[in-house]
Design a protein around this ligand. Structure first.
Ligand SMILES: *Cc1c(COP(=O)(O)O)cnc(C)c1O
Length: 814
């Protein structure tokens, strides 16, 4: 694709005039960004409509990715790169006296997700489009996405994320394709003309789902995949009678209630609260999506629903969209009048479920008293699924009551969404080898025994187009100069870079690029944090959601240890290091928020102490999000992946670091295990308990005993009461102290074994320091990591989903 610069410039000027009544020089950056984006949309318009027409005409089997979260980040530059016109667009912008970088910075992130799970969905869309797979995403158009984080006096403060403030830059509003979604009401049985009984919902409340389509262009292909996000609106607006009676606020109450459904993303990562509004969000987008895809199916295949599993594959991203299973049953049985058994076989063959976690608090369970009144017919269908499933279980394991009890979909007053997902799908996948094995042997053991053939692994991946090509242009050029540019579409090609791992010129050049990337980040940190950092120090980075299992606390305690050592002995030898953190904590997760406060307390002490501040620095970067991540990964030397083994399902941040030449300092958890398999112990710093050992220690572990034998570690933990850190009062970090030594909220002491892994972490850190001193060796390690990162492209992950679960094939336009 190319752009005609003259035409482009003329269009931009015209759009500014028509849309904003301004001249180019009067327009704000946001307005210019808006018109550039709409111009880019115009560029892909034909490919986009042709993509759908082509797949429709061919009756290509489609994969639908249902996800409550899509953490897309910025759109414009990514779209321009994939269309191959980034440079030209930049030159055109220059002609208008606008810097492309400034234009990019004017775009708000589409932060419609919490973290890894949502970002995975976004990477998958990029890979689906680039791989020409007939596919589409369905989600929710949250009016406010992941909150904006401010740090005030060391504390996290949440602000609403008003990402649409300057307009929706890239999507198309399609009110003509709106659909109705029904809540509440009562179910009645009626005899049809054929003398069969049919179920009807009466006295329900309608909400209208209006789609907004966001195009995701593939790299160097005509394929453009659609992400369809649904917005909730009231069917009849405000109540005119009430309005005329002067009751203004009551007149709009109904409208507001309907619109609340898509108002805001729940900022919980790996936990769920049983809030009714969350269930409304789930059913809202799922029902809208199902109606939409069934409508599309019928246009192609009429009413022959036996064809549905050959025409449609639906992937459920975690349990959030699992009500899709009873919803499809409702459509097939109540609306299309199929018998239960045929409908159920169609369901199982259509759905596939991805499990993302081993954390008990993340498993969705809906109390019947919330679920049943809101979705009465769906509840009946789940009861019937459960009844038939238990009947089946009695036949397979007669008399094994304990097993039956544990596998019931509805029990103890709750509906277990993961169980429903497993029963109603033909595929259940974990997201890394270790995670899938733990599912089979632990959390889902009984299910694996019942349905061994349903279980499979799909190790996560990330798109190299955003996380390497776009985020790190200098390193990308370094790679392309040596091995050509095929890696952009086939990351296996990057293995060719290994031939340069020991090449002195390549090593020198790599180190120079890393130094430059560090310089750029240092300037950002100087501007935003007002901290001057040493760019030849080790950039040691831990960026991810704040969660106790991810153990930012272990990292923090290590810094306290270094501080104490340096204070006790100013000649203590240490390689200068800058500890960089970025993390949002769920707004109700007090322990996580207190850990943010602790990191900021440590930063205040360390950065302002002349004895230590030229050796170590601590930076907490505000408002971690996709666009900030793109600035940090390229500058990292060390990738902190230090979760308690057995708790991080996969991780994807670890993969982005690897591609950017950072060395993993990590535990044997999630995909770290697969990174280690590829690079070996000589190219990663692996430490700590294994998942198996974590399990073995669970019963016997006693952190107090451990501290009694380790004076240094004891001093580190006691620092939580030290007024040097605890500046407000010495008890401010008491809940952290308590959780380490005694356990809080019914948890065992040091549930995540921070103290148990402390010494091994220290040793790994020492080894890392030594390795960093040898520049050439470090460069070689980094180049080997990059060269062996091919497996972690989401292109590979998507190909496995397509081949092994969805059975769909690439289908590009000619
Ligand atoms: C990749 C990514 C994540 C996931 O990071 P993990 O280290 O795998 O938990 C979370 N948030 C953002 C913004 C990301 O880009």
């Amino acid at each position: 694709m190319t752009i005609n610069e003259e035409e482009w410039l003329r269009d931009i000027e015209k759009r500014v005039s028509v849309d904003f009544f301004k001249t180019l020089s009067e327009a704000s950056l946001e307005e210019l960004h808006y018109v550039f984006s709409r111009e880019a949309l115009g560029l892909l318009k034909n490919n986009w409509t042709n993509t759908m027409h082509h797949w429709n005409k061919q009756k290509a089997k489609m994969a639908y990715y249902f996800s409550a979260e899509f953490l897309m980040g910025r759109w414009l530059s990514n779209a321009l790169i994939n269309m191959g016109v980034y440079e030209e667009a930049g030159e055109a912008a220059q002609k208008l006296g606008i810097n492309m970088n400034a234009l990019e910075e004017a775009e708000a992130d589409a932060g419609l997700g919490n973290g890894g799970l949502g970002r995975l969905a976004a990477c998958f869309l990029d890979s689906l489009a680039t791989g020409d797979y007939p596919s589409m995403g369905y989600g929710i158009r949250y009016r406010y996405g992941m909150f904006e984080q401010k740090i005030v006096n060391g504390y996290q403060v949440e602000k609403p994320d008003n990402w649409l403030e300057h307009g929706d830059v890239a999507s198309i509003h399609r009110p003509d394709e709106a659909v109705e979604v029904k809540f509440w009401g009562r179910v009645a049985i009626e005899k049809g003309k054929d003398n069969h009984n049919y179920f009807h919902l009466y006295d329900y409340e309608s909400v209208i789902a209006v789609p907004y389509d966001l195009p995701v262009p593939g790299y160097n292909t005509k394929t453009v995949v659609t992400l369809r996000l649904w917005e909730a609106v009231s069917p009849d607006g405000f109540d005119l009678d009430l309005f005329q009676a002067g009751e203004y606020s009551r007149a709009v109450a109904k409208e507001i209630q309907a619109e609340n459904i898509s108002r805001v993303l729940y900022p919980n990562d790996n936990t769920v609260g049983g809030k009714q509004l969350r269930l409304r969000q789930q059913y809202f987008f799922v029902s809208a999506g199902m109606t939409d895809l069934i409508r599309r199916f019928k246009k192609q295949w009429g009413k022959d629903f036996s064809k549905l599993p050959d025409a449609v594959a639906i992937q459920l991203n975690d349990t959030h969209p699992v009500v899709a299973i009873p919803e499809l049953m409702r459509i097939l049985v109540d609306e299309e009048h199929l018998n239960w058994d045929s409908a159920w076989q169609i369901c199982i063959r259509t759905f596939a479920y991805t499990n993302h976690t081993l954390l008990a608090e993340a498993l969705e369970k809906w109390p019947i008293n919330i679920f049943a009144p809101l979705l009465p017919r769906i509840y009946q269908i789940i009861e019937e699924i459960n009844r038939r499933f238990l009947h089946y279980l009695h036949q397979i394991f007669p008399g094994d009551w304990q097993r039956h009890k544990e596998m019931e979909i509805i029990s103890d007053g709750v509906i277990k969404m993961a169980w429903l997902a497993i029963v109603g799908s033909h595929s259940i996948n974990g997201v890394a080898e270790l995670h899938t094995n733990l599912l089979k042997t632990q959390e889902l053991r009984l299910w694996y025994e019942l349905f061994p053939d349903k279980f499979n692994n799909k190790t996560n991946g990330v798109t190299q187009r955003r996380w390497l090509l776009k985020a790190n242009p200098a390193l990308s050029e370094f790679i392309t100069k040596r091995i050509g540019d095929a890696w952009i579409k086939d990351l296996n090609e990057i293995s060719k870079l290994e031939a340069y791992a020991e090449d002195p010129t390549a090593q020198r050049e790599f180190l120079a690029i890393k130094a430059k990337d560090k310089q750029i980040l240092a300037e950002y940190i100087a501007r935003h944090n007002n901290i001057k950092i040493n760019t030849s120090s080790i950039f040691d980075v831990q960026i991810k959601r704040l969660h106790e299992y991810k153990r930012q606390l272990l990292n923090a305690l290590h810094i306290i240890y270094l501080y104490q050592r340096l204070k006790a002995d100013p000649n203590y030898s240490i390689v200068p290091r800058t500890f960089i953190f970025g993390a949002k904590a769920a707004s109700g997760y007090h322990q996580a928020k207190l850990i943010i406060r602790l990191i900021n307390a440590i930063a205040d002490v360390v950065n302002n102490d002349p004895v230590v501040s030229n050796k170590i620095k601590v930076v907490f970067m505000e408002n971690y999000r996709v666009s900030l991540a793109e600035k940090i990964f390229p500058a990292a030397d060390v990738s902190e992946q230090i979760s308690t083994a057995g708790y991080e399902a996969s991780g994807t941040g670890n993969m982005k670091f690897m591609m950017n030449g950072a060395i993993t300092l990590g535990t044997l958890d999630g995909a770290n295990v697969e990174i280690l398999e590829l690079v070996g112990h000589e190219n990663a710093f692996i430490f700590g308990l294994t998942a198996e050992e974590v399990n073995q220690h669970k019963m016997s572990y006693n952190p107090q005993q451990l501290l009694a034998h380790d004076a240094e570690l004891s001093a580190v933990v006691e620092a939580l009461h030290d007024p040097i850190f605890a500046t407000e009062n010495i008890h401010m970090f008491e809940p952290i102290y308590q959780s380490l030594l005694f356990g809080v909220d019914g948890n065992p002491p040091d549930k995540y074994m921070v103290l148990k892994d402390f010494r091994p972490y220290l040793s790994a850190n020492k080894k890392l320091e030594q390795a960093y001193l040898d520049e050439k060796k470090w460069a070689k390690m980094a180049l080997i990591n990059i060269a062996r990162s091919g497996k972690f492209s989401s292109d590979r992950t998507i190909k496995q989903y397509a081949d092994e679960i969805w059975h769909i094939k690439p289908n590009p336009q000619k």
